[in-house]
Design a protein around this ligand. Structure first.
Ligand code: GLN
Length: 321
C-alpha cells in the first residue's frame, strides 16, 4: 500500500517507496557486456529529488557512485546544441524513436540514407560526439565535464576501470562508428570520436548529482539556486522532448504511458528524470529526479527504478497528461 501524502512527509514517502521496490531488484540482472559493470551491488536502489526551489530529498543508496553510460548522451547533445544549429544537427541525426535496442545497427542500413534515428541510441550518440568541436578529445570532454560541474558544483571523475572495460569490449560500437563513417555521418576522426564516447559513458556521478542536472533541465536550463543560465531554454526543451520519446530504449513508449516523465536511462542502472509542469504537484514548479538501481529489466532499464518512478509519478501527480 502506498501511504497517503497526508500521513507521511515527502522524505518518508520516498524512503518507503525505495524500501518497497528494493524487493524487486532480485528480479533484474546486472549488465555484464561491459565486465566492470558487473561489480555493482544488484540490490542497491537509491533516489534523489531536487526541486526548483532547491529542496533536496534523498533515500537509499543515493550516494553510491555509478557511471553515466547512456545518460551522458543528454550532456553531449546539450553541448552540441550550444555549438551548432538544430537544423544542422538534424541533418546528421534524426529525432525519431526506433523501437530497436540501443546498440542496434539494423536501421542504419535498411533505412536510407543511414542517418542514425535519434541521439540517444548508440549510433546517434557516436555521431553527436563526432560533431563536438575541439582541438583534441580532452578539450571536447571538458565541455561535457564543465556542464556537469555547473549543474552539480562538483567536477566529475572518470571511472577508469569502466573506461578500460568499455574500450576492450567495444566491437559493436566500433562497428557502428565504421558504418557511420562509411555513410558520411561521422564528423571527426573515428578513433577520437570513440574515445570521447567511451569517456563520456565512464563519467561517475551519484543520484543526487543526477537530480541536480534534472533540476536545471526542469528549470529551462537555468540553475535553480545560482540562477545562472547553464544551457539555453530551447536546448533543454529539445532534450526533454527526446527523453520523453526515446529516453528509455525500446521501452520508451511504455514508460511514457505508465510514468509519463521525460527520462533517460543508462546501462549502469541510472535514470535521470525531469518533471516540469504547472500542475498541482508536490513539486509545483518542477524537479529533477536521479535514480540508481543496477539490476536491469529485459530492456536494460533499472527494474526497481522504473517501478519507483511510477510510484513517484502517481503519488506526486507528475504524469505529463
Ligand atoms: N557504454 C554503453 C555502450 O555504449 C552505453 C549504453 C547504455 O547505457 N545503454 O554500450
Amino acid at each position: 500500500m502506498i501511504s497517503s501524502r497526508e500521513t507521511l512527509s515527502p522524505e518518508a514517502q520516498l524512503a518507503e517507496w525505495v524500501e518497497m521496490n528494493k524487493k524487486i531488484t532480485s528480479q533484474g540482472k546486472l549488465a555484464t557486456y561491459i565486465p566492470a559493470l558487473a561489480r555493482a551491488n544488484p540490490h542497491d536502489l537509491g533516489a534523489a529529488v531536487v526541486g526548483i526551489n532547491g529542496l533536496e530529498l534523498t533515500s537509499g543508496q543515493w550516494h553510491v557512485p555509478f557511471t553515466l553510460q547512456s545518460i551522458s548522451k543528454i550532456l553531449s547533445l546539450l553541448v552540441l546544441l550550444m555549438e551548432q544549429s538544430f537544423k544542422y544537427i538534424l541533418s546528421k541525426v534524426d529525432m525519431e524513436p526506433t523501437g530497436d535496442p540501443f546498440n542496434s545497427i539494423a536501421r542504419l542500413e535498411t533505412v536510407k540514407p543511414g542517418r542514425p534515428f535519434n541521439p540517444f541510441i548508440n549510433a546517434g550518440a557516436i555521431t553527436v560526439c563526432s560533431l563536438i568541436k575541439g582541438k583534441n578529445v580532452d578539450e571536447r570532454l571538458n565541455k561535457i565535464l564543465d556542464l556537469i560541474y555547473r549543474c552539480t558544483g562538483r567536477w566529475p571523475d572518470l571511472n577508469h576501470e569502466v573506461l578500460l572495460s568499455e574500450w576492450e569490449t567495444a566491437d559493436r560500437n566500433r562497428s557502428l562508428a565504421y558504418f557511420l563513417k562509411d555513410m558520411g555521418f561521422l564528423g571527426n576522426d573515428l578513433e577520437q570520436t570513440l574515445e570521447l564516447y567511451f569517456k563520456q559513458c565512464s563519467i561517475e556521478i551519484n543520484s543526487l548529482e543526477l537530480a541536480w542536472i534534472g533540476a536545471v533541465l526542469a528549470n529551462s536550463g537555468r540553475h535553480p539556486v545560482k540562477n545562472t543560465q547553464i544551457v539555453p531554454g530551447e536546448a533543454a526543451r529539445i532534450v526533454k522532448s527526446l527523453m520523453f520519446t526515446c529516453g528509455m530504449y525500446d521501452a520508451s513508449g511504455k514508460f511514457a504511458v505508465s510514468a509519463g516523465i521525460p527520462s533517460k536511462s543508462g546501462v549502469s542502472g541510472g535514470i535521470l528524470s525531469v518533471y516540469s509542469s504547472n500542475k498541482a504537484s508536490l513539486f509545483k514548479e518542477g524537479c529533477g529526479i536521479g535514480i540508481y538501481g543496477p539490476a536491469l529489466d529485459e530492456y536494460g532499464n533499472s527494474i526497481a527504478g522504473i517501478q519507483l518512478l511510477k510510484m513517484i509519478s502517481k503519488a506526486w501527480e507528475m504524469h505529463a497528461f
